[in-house]
Design a protein around this ligand. Structure first.
Ligand code: HEC
Ligand code: HEC
Length: 365
C-alpha cells in the first residue's frame, strides 16, 4: 500500500478531530434533551412533600389563594397562579429539600437527577437542618423561631447578609449550603437544582403570606452567643461528656451517624458525610449557629432541655471531630482532614477498648 502523503495525514487528523467534536456535541444535545424530557414528566412526591403541598393547596391555575392563610386569618390573599411547569418545579424543589439523596425515591438517579450531581457524602439532606422541609411549625401550625425557614429566607434574601455585609441573592445563599453545609459540589447559579429550590421557597412564602421588607424570626437560627452563658468558656471535656450522654445513642459515639438498610436514620455530625469546616454550622467558623441549632432542636424528642452553656460546650466538641475541609481551604488542609478522618476513628476506638475492656463488647461504632 502506498504510504499516506503529508496532506492526506493532515486531512485524516482534521476529520478525526471534527468527528470527536461532533460526537461531544451530540452527547451534550442528547443530555440536554433528556433533561428537558424529565422536566416534563410528573413528579412523584415524598410523603412529606405530598402532605405539605396538599395542605398549601398547590395546583396550576391563574390565581393562587393559600388555604393556610385563609384558615388562619380569614382573609384570602389572591396571588398570581402557577403554570404546570411551575408546579413541577415546586414539587421537585420540595423533594430536594426533603430527600436530597433520593433515599425515598423509587428511582433515585432519575427522580433526583438534578440534585445527585452535586452531592458528595451519603448522609446529607437539606431537611436535617432546614427541618419541616424548610418550614418547621409547632403542632398548632405556627412557624418556629430560629428554624432556618426557607420561606422567610426567600423573602429576606434581599437584605445585607450579616456575616459578609453584602447583598447576596437567594441563589448564592443556597450555593453556600450545597458546597459547605452539604459538603458537595458547586452548582451553577442557573442550574435546575437551584431554580427548583428557589421555586419551592418562593411558593412557601406565598403559602405563608410572607412579605418582602419584613423580618421574620423563623429565618436563620436563634444563635447562642458566649455572652448568653455565665462565660465559663467553651469546654471540650464537658462537651465530650455531654455528647456521649445526650447525642451518641443516635449520632454515634464519634458522630459518624447511624445508617440502617441504606437509609440514614441519624445523620453524621462529623466525618466524611457531615458538613465541612467552612459550613456555618461549624463552631470554629461561626461559633453561635451550631449551639443555637442544638439548643432549639436537639436531642431530638427532648428539645429545649439543654442550657446555653451545654449547647456551646457540645458545639465546641463536635467541631473538633474530624470533618472535610471547605472549598476555600486548599489542597493541604483537605489532605490533612482526609488523613484525620481516616485515622482518628479507629485510633479512638482502640484507645477506648484499652481504657474500658469490659465495655468494649457493648459499644457500637
Ligand atoms: C448541616 C446543616 C445544613 C444543611 C445540611 C443544609 N443547610 Fe442550608 N443553612 C444551614 C445554616 C447553618 C445556614 C446559615 C444560617 C444563617 O446564616 O443564619 C443555612 C442557610 C441556608 C440558606 C440561606 C438562608 C438564610 O436565611 O440566609 C439557604 C437558601 C439554604 N441554607 C438552603 C439549603 C439547601 C438547599 C440545602 C440542601 C442542599 C441546605 N441548605 C442544607 C445549615 C444547613
Ligand atoms: C433521638 C435521636 C437523636 C438524638 C438523641 C440527637 N439527635 Fe441530632 N438529629 C437527629 C435526627 C433524626 C436529625 C435529623 C433532623 C431531624 O430529623 O430533625 C438530627 C440532626 C442533627 C443535626 C443537624 C444535621 C447535620 O447534618 O448536622 C445536628 C448538628 C445534631 N443533630 C446534633 C445533635 C446533638 C449535638 C445532640 C445531643 C445534644 C443530638 N443531635 C441528639 C436525632 C437525634
Amino acid at each position: 500500500m502506498k504510504p499516506l502523503t503529508h496532506a492526506s495525514k493532515k486531512a485524516l487528523r482534521l476529520v478525526l478531530l471534527v468527528g470527536v467534536l461532533l460526537g461531544l456535541y451530540a452527547l451534550a444535545v442528547a443530555k440536554h434533551d433528556e433533561r428537558a424530557r424529565i422536566r416534563q414528566q410528573p413528579v412523584s412526591l415524598t410523603p412529606g412533600c405530598a402532605d405539605k403541598l396538599a395542605r398549601y393547596g398547590l395546583a396550576a391555575g391563574s390565581h393562587y389563594v393559600s388555604p393556610y392563610t385563609l384558615a388562619r386569618t380569614g382573609y384570602a390573599s389572591v396571588k398570581q397562579g402557577y403554570t404546570e411547569d411551575d408546579v413541577r418545579a415546586i414539587q421537585r424543589g420540595c423533594n430536594i429539600i426533603d430527600d436530597l439523596q433520593g433515599q425515598q425515591a423509587a428511582d433515585p438517579a432519575r427522580e433526583r437527577w438534578n440534585a445527585s450531581r452535586f452531592v458528595r457524602g451519603t448522609h446529607t439532606s437539606c431537611d436535617h437542618c432546614h427541618q419541616g422541609i424548610g418550614d418547621k411549625q409547632t403542632a398548632a401550625g405556627v412557624p418556629q423561631t430560629g428554624s432556618l425557614s426557607l420561606a422567610a429566607s426567600w423573602v429576606m434574601a434581599d437584605m445585607y447578609e450579616k456575616f459578609t455585609g453584602i447583598l447576596l441573592p437567594y441563589e448564592l445563599h443556597q450555593m453556600q449550603c450545597y458546597i459547605n453545609s452539604s459538603n458537595g459540589y458547586k452548582p451553577n447559579v442557573a442550574d435546575d437544582l437551584i431554580r427548583d429550590v428557589t421555586a419551592y421557597s418562593r411558593f412557601l412564602a406565598a403559602a405563608l403570606d410572607l412579605r418582602f421588607g419584613n423580618r421574620y424570626p423563623e429565618q436563620g437560627v436563634d444563635e447562642v452567643t458566649a455572652s448568653s452563658t455565665l462565660k465559663r468558656g467553651d469546654d471540650y471535656v464537658r462537651g465530650a461528656a455531654l455528647f456521649q450522654q445526650k447525642c451518641a445513642r443516635c449520632h454515634g459515639p464519634q458522630g459518624l451517624g447511624t445508617v440502617v438498610d441504606g437509609k440514614v436514620l441519624f445523620p453524621a455530625v462529623a466525618g466524611p458525610n457531615a458538613f465541612n469546616l467552612q459550613s456555618r454550622n461549624n463552631f470554629s467558623f461561626v461559633s453561635t449557629i451550631l449551639p443555637g441549632f442544638i439548643c432549639r432542636n436537639m436531642p431530638s424528642g427532648e428539645e429545649g432541655t439543654l442550657s446555653a452553656q451545654d449547647c456551646r460546650d457540645i458545639g465546641f466538641y463536635v467541631s473538633n471531630l474530624p470533618r472535610p475541609a471547605g472549598d476555600k481551604q486548599g489542597p493541604l488542609a483537605a489532605l490533612w482532614q482526609q488523613l484525620m478522618m481516616r485515622l482518628m476513628p479507629p485510633l479512638i476506638r482502640t484507645v477506648e477498648r484499652w481504657q474500658r475492656p469490659a465495655a468494649s463488647g457493648s459499644s457500637g461504632t
